[in-house]
Design a protein around this ligand. Structure first.
Ligand code: DAH
Length: 338
C-alpha cells in the first residue's frame, strides 16, 4: 500500500478505537512487528523511502500515544462517576452495601460505666479480680465466723474444699490491701456466684461493685457522702440516702443503705412498699480484724466499704421487674437500651 494511504488508514483506526483494548489491536496491526509498515522498513534500500516511512512511523506513534491518553482519561472519568460513593449518605441508601445493624449496650454495662465514671471522678482506682477464689480470701480474711451460713455448700459453689466461685466482690478488699500500702481508694467490679434458686430478684450469677476507702481519719460521714454521690450519679440528683443498721462479718458498724424511691419521691408507693425507701446493697466501717488480717494497724488506719448489685441498680433505674432477662440473651430486651 502507498505510505500515504497506509498512514491515513492507520490514523483513522486510532481515532475509531473506543477502548484501550481496541486501540492496542490497531497498534499491533499498524505498528506491530509484522505490520506492513515494519516489514516495509526492513526492506528499505534507499534513503528517500527510509525517511518517508520513518516519518509515517513517527506520525503514527504520536497519534496512537495521543489517542491512548485520551481514552485513559475517558475511562478514568467514567469509573469515577459509576464507582462514586457518597460517604455522606445514610448507610441504608448505599445500594448493595450490607447495612450493619447498630448494636446497643447491655443495661448492666451501662450501669457499670456510670459507676466507673462516678468513682473515677472521685479519684478511685477501678479493678477486677478473680472469680474463682480461695476460701481464705472469700471468707477467712474477711473475718467470716465459722458458723456463717454463706460458708455452707448449700449457699456457695465449691470447686473443691478450699476453692469457691466468689460469692461477693469483697475479696478485692484483701487483694488490694495486700498489694499496696494505704491510702487506698478502689472500686472492684465483676461477677459473683450464689447457689440461689431463680426468683424475680435472685439469679445464681450477678454483678457487684465493691468500694473500699482506707486512709487516716475516715468517718461514717465520708461513707454516707460517697454513697450519696454514687446514688445521685446513678438515679438522679434528687435522690437521698439513709442507713439502717445491719450485720456483715467484715464491717463494724455495718449498715444497709437505702435510696429514696424514684417513683413516688419518698411519699410511699407500691414500688417502695409504701416506705419511701428502696434497699440497695451493704456497707460499713472496715472491721479492725480485717485490717489486722492484712497487717495494717487499726489504730492508724481505718475506712469504709460497700457492695452493691449492678443488676439491682439497673432494675431500679430502668424499672425492670425481674433479674432474669439480664441473663437470657434475648436481643429484644437489650435493644431497649439504645
Ligand atoms: N459483700 C456483701 C454482700 O455481698 C455486700 C457488702 C456489705 C459489701 C458490706 C461491703 C460491705 O463492702 O461493707 O452481701
Amino acid at each position: 500500500m502507498e505510505a500515504e494511504a497506509l498512514q491515513k488508514e492507520a490514523l483513522a483506526a486510532a481515532e475509531a478505537a473506543q477502548t484501550l483494548a481496541q486501540l492496542d489491536e490497531a497498534r499491533v496491526q499498524y505498528l506491530g512487528r509484522s505490520s506492513e509498515l515494519k516489514l516495509a522498513l526492513r526492506e528499505v534500500r534507499d534513503r528517500e523511502t527510509g525517511m518517508a516511512l520513518n516519518a509515517v512511523r513517527e506520525a503514527l506513534e504520536a497519534a496512537f500515544a495521543a489517542r491512548q491518553s485520551e481514552l485513559e482519561r475517558a475511562e478514568l472519568s467514567a469509573r469515577l462517576t459509576t464507582e462514586r460513593v457518597d460517604v455522606t449518605l445514610p448507610a441504608e441508601l448505599l445500594g448493595d452495601v450490607r447495612v450493619r445493624p447498630r448494636g446497643s449496650l447491655h443495661p448492666t454495662t451501662l450501669i457499670r460505666r456510670d459507676v466507673e465514671d462516678a468513682f473515677i471522678g472521685l479519684g478511685y482506682e477501678i479493678r477486677e479480680d478473680r472469680e474463682i477464689e480461695t476460701v481464705e480470701y472469700n471468707f477467712d480474711k474477711l473475718a467470716f465466723p465459722a458458723w456463717h451460713p454463706a460458708r455452707s455448700s448449700r449457699d456457695t459453689f465449691y470447686v473443691d474444699a478450699d476453692t469457691v466461685l466468689r460469692t461477693e466482690t469483697s475479696p478485692s478488699q484483701i487483694h488490694i490491701l495486700e498489694e499496696k500500702p494505704p491510702p487506698v481508694y478502689m472500686v472492684s467490679i465483676g461477677r459473683v456466684y450464689r447457689r440461689d434458686a431463680i426468683t424475680p430478684t435472685r439469679f445464681p450469677i450477678f454483678h457487684q461493685f465493691e468500694g473500699l476507702a482506707i486512709d487516716r481519719g475516715i468517718t461514717m460521714a465520708d461513707l454516707k457522702g460517697t454513697l450519696l454521690h454514687v446514688m445521685r450519679a446513678l438515679f438522679g440528683e434528687e435522690r437521698e440516702v439513709r442507713f439502717r443498721t445491719h450485720y456483715f462479718p467484715f464491717t463494724e458498724p455495718s449498715m444497709e443503705p437505702d435510696v429514696s424511691c424514684g417513683v413516688c419521691g419518698g411519699s410511699g408507693c407500691p414500688t417502695c412498699k409504701w416506705s419511701g425507701w428502696i434497699e440497695i446493697g451493704g456497707s460499713g466501717m472496715v472491721d479492725p480484724q480485717v485490717l489486722a488480717n492484712v497487717g495494717l494497724d487499726p489504730g492508724e488506719w481505718g475506712g469504709f466499704a460497700f457492695g452493691l448489685g449492678l443488676e439491682r441498680a439497673a432494675q431500679l433505674r430502668y424499672d425492670i421487674p425481674t433479674i432474669r432477662p439480664f441473663w437470657e440473651n434475648d436481643l429484644r430486651f437489650v435493644r431497649q437500651f439504645r
